[in-house]
Ligand binder design. Structure first.
Ligand code: SAM
Ligand code: DTB
Ligand code: SF4
Length: 331
């Protein structure tokens, strides 16, 4: 097994890393990051909600669940051309990955899915890495997405298997794992992470990181989201996520999965540039850019450009792994 894809971590080992004294943890994570990645490079992804709100699931954090009164406007599936306009603008602003999100429990084999397949083809032809997050998928649906040129599929575990039913009752952890298998088997890269601030314990976070880092192959991206507390959701009054907890999660993920893109995801509007700098030092090398996540605010491209300039960071080019692999094969 490659040292960068070690997947026999024990829960105790993950625990020991997670609970290291903070500066020691950051130092070790920064060392791993330096060894395996170009630390100046950050992947810049843009999100677009292509179908918004009205979701039948009961995820306690989510502003798009129909059962909570969050003021999110329900919007049917967007037209392909409108989506491609957004993708072009994101590309012009420096984004290399475009992620389309739908407030669906699962994909159905209908005209909406055919339209999403067309969107995937269109974004792919712009030279961007295309990602989707559409809920549960069957094997056949994952294959259709792969054939359309899908590069990554986002499907988060969100928390530990033990805490899952406190947050979501309308599906199971195993449902999530099954979709992730289908994605992997279709040859699409896996984007899978979680949220902190749901009321989980440190052990729940450790167990989630353990599940992710002991998959047969590490997910290519692991988004670490800080809960965005949305009024009307059951978690609206949860305490704000402690930045040190975010850093601990990112650093542990970096040590466990050295080559994975660890994404500093939701929650950046509540973080200072200095706090985000610590996250990059601790191994984060991907962000969502653009002034909106799916339904909630995010720093603007301009703010992030200023931060990148200040910290000496640059946007990672699209399909870099494939280009590097092709160069190795030629030489
Ligand atoms: N419906 C699909 C699903 O659940 O897989 C795709 C869209 S869903 C909004 C994608 C992810 O966004 C969720 O798995 C969750 O991790 C994240 N998310 C949703 N609401 C959030 C919030 N308020 N704060 C942080 N992350 C959130
Ligand atoms: C992920 O891990 N975080 C993104 C993306 N994957 C789909 C979503 C964050 C959503 C935050 C709440 C909202 O904007 O609706
Ligand atoms: Fe629906 Fe996804 Fe939100 Fe859950 S996280 S309510 S499945 S949109």
């Amino acid at each position: 097994m490659n040292t960068f894809n070690r997947n026999d971590w024990s829960v105790e080992e993950v625990q020991d890393i997670y609970h290291l004294p903070l500066l020691e943890l950051i130092y070790r994570a920064a060392t791993v990051h330096r060894k395996y990645n170009d630390t100046a490079e950050v992947q810049v992804c843009t999100l677009l909600s292509i179908k918004t709100g009205g979701c039948i699931e009961d995820c306690a954090y989510c502003p798009q669940a129909a059962r909570y009164n969050t003021g999110v406007n329900i919007k049917a599936l967007m037209a392909k051309d409108e989506v491609l306009d957004y993708a072009r603008k994101a590309k012009e602003a420096g984004s290399t990955r475009f992620c389309m999100g739908a407030a669906w429990r699962e994909v159905r084999d209908n005209r909406d899915f055919d339209r999403v397949l067309d969107m995937v083809k269109g974004v792919n032809s712009l030279g961007m890495e295309v990602c989707c997050t559409l809920g549960m998928l069957t094997e056949q649906q994952a294959e259709k997405l792969a054939d359309a040129g899908l590069y990554a599929y986002n499907h988060n575990l969100d928390t530990s298997s033990e805490y899952y039913s406190e947050i979501i009752t309308t599906r199971t952890y195993n449902d999530r794992l099954k979709t992730l298998d289908n994605v992997r088997n279709a040859g699409v890269t896996v984007c899978c992470g979680g949220i902190i601030g749901l009321g989980e314990t440190h052990d729940d976070r450790i167990k989630m990181l353990h599940t992710l880092s002991t998959m047969p192959k590490h997910p290519e991206s692991v988004p670490v989201n800080a809960l965005v507390r949305v009024k009307g959701t059951p978690l609206e009054n949860n305490p704000k996520v402690d930045i040190w907890d975010m850093i601990r999660m990112i650093a542990t993920a970096r040590i466990l999965m050295p080559k994975t893109m660890v994404r500093l995801s939701a929650g950046r509007t509540e973080m200072s540039v200095a706090e985000q700098a610590l996250c990059f030092l601790a191994g984060a090398n991907s962000i969502f850019a653009g002034d909106k996540l799916l339904t909630t605010p995010n720093p603007s491209f301009e703010e992030d450009n200023i931060m990148f300039e200040l910290l000496g960071l640059k946007a990672r080019e699209a399909f870099k792994d494939e280009k590097d692999a092709a160069e190795i094969n030629v030489s």
